[in-house]
Design a protein around this ligand. Sequence first.
Ligand SMILES: C[S@@+](CC[C@H](N)C(=O)[O-])C[C@H]1O[C@@H](n2cnc3c(N)ncnc32)[C@H](O)[C@@H]1O
Ligand code: SF4
Length: 468
Amino acid sequence: MKIVCESYEYEKDMQDLVNLFYPEGAPFSIHHKDSTLGSTITSTIIINDGLNEKEYVKFFTLPNGLTPLREKSFKKGAFKNHLYQVLSAIAKKTLPWGSLTGIRPCKMMREMVERGEIKEHIVPEVLMKEFFVDEKKAKLVFEIMKNQKCIIKNDKLVDLFINIPICPTRCNYCSFISNELCSVADKVDLYLDCLLKELRAVKELIAEKSYIIRTIYIGGGTPTVLTVRQLEKLLAEINYPVSEFTVECGRADTITREKLEILKKYNVNRISINPQTFCESTLKRIGRKQTNKQIFDAYMLAMEYDFIVNMDMIAGLPGEKLGIFKRSINTLLELSPQNITVHTLSIKNGALLKEDTSQVFGRDVPKMVDYAEEILQENGYKPYYIYRQKHQIGGLENVGYFRDGHVCIFNIDSMEDVSSVIGVGAGAISKRVFNLENRLEREPNCKFINDYIARIDEMVAKKIKFFS
Ligand SMILES: C[S@@+](CC[C@H](N)C(=O)[O-])C[C@H]1O[C@@H](n2cnc3c(N)ncnc32)[C@H](O)[C@@H]1O
Ligand code: SF4
């Protein structure tokens, strides 16, 4: 059942919290009421299971001098804390992230430190005491904040993101908007022409507004699904002097020597080769058409060309228990890429897997995530960025790790919302950060390739207006 909040503006966040306790829906109705008298806020939660109704009341004191926006945010936090305590007692369980439902826990704490509300060294304590976050996660946030010291807040520094929402085939857990190559093969060249049009307009914009590109990220989808000729056509258009240029190759079955040579020629210095798992029967089960041999071969090639490599893994893939996951992480450690990102499976609408989750062993997933964190840290990796998604098993998170100083600045910038992003291509979202005003605006391009191609002139005009 859904929660009903009399102050409707809090309903979505309150519902997110209910979903974390009851992913299949709460077995009772929940009604939330609130009132404010002077500085006293009253929060009332009414739980009705069809037979009995119970009321839980809690009072909060509103701090002095808050702006209307901060007041709303204070109330939202207070009501979520109240709901967390009520549901935790009823369900007899705690959540790893306590009452936090947002996708960026580090950003939230960094902003509290920047506003002078707390000192950085008490971040773990605040997370545990005020938001009921468990100790491990609270310490993880603190550790990540320490590893994000490369953040630069400067409105002239921007990141460039280019999206290639095309994949060789579709993996059944994936909820990203991406097209199988066979369904768009006849449009890829046209799509590239549109990308080039947008990129040329962006180049003029950058010159005119004196922006400085700090990092470039070509993501997807699977950018290396493009042919050598197509990749070269795209890369030849992108010639900014950056120290971080990433291409998300992702699927090992799309990586060839010729493609890596082209990436190298155009100064790409980071790529990702994503196993997700080293269990081949899981790979078949999730419809990910790549083999371990392809991953190892692609990795060896990447080493030859001196790329910094990231590898993505997913905890909670169907059919995988703790032992299989541990073996995959151990194999990864033998390869020793500079970056490792450990995701927790999120079962979202839009994924083929959504229909059948009978093989997902949810109970093992927190242990998988803990194992990865412990063994990676033991082996010299440090966590440097984090984000949470809706519908992640156990309300867990995704964490990026690095070794030997190789953080990916683009990942930090985009997850922490600290830098503007010029997003190019179908499904790309541009972000404009106004540091002085602590404000952020977003401007999405059309999600689908066909619409993007049909409306390219509009996309270009919108982008120029957005950054002007
Ligand atoms: C945008 S995807 C693209 C990467 C590339 N196409 C690939 O598959 O290797 C980035 C990462 O998100 C993760 N991911 C995708 N779907 C997910 C899901 N449903 N739950 C958790 N992680 C997911 C995977 O680890 C994937 O590598
Ligand atoms: S996980 Fe990667 S390769 Fe698989 S469908 Fe999603 S974006 Fe494409």
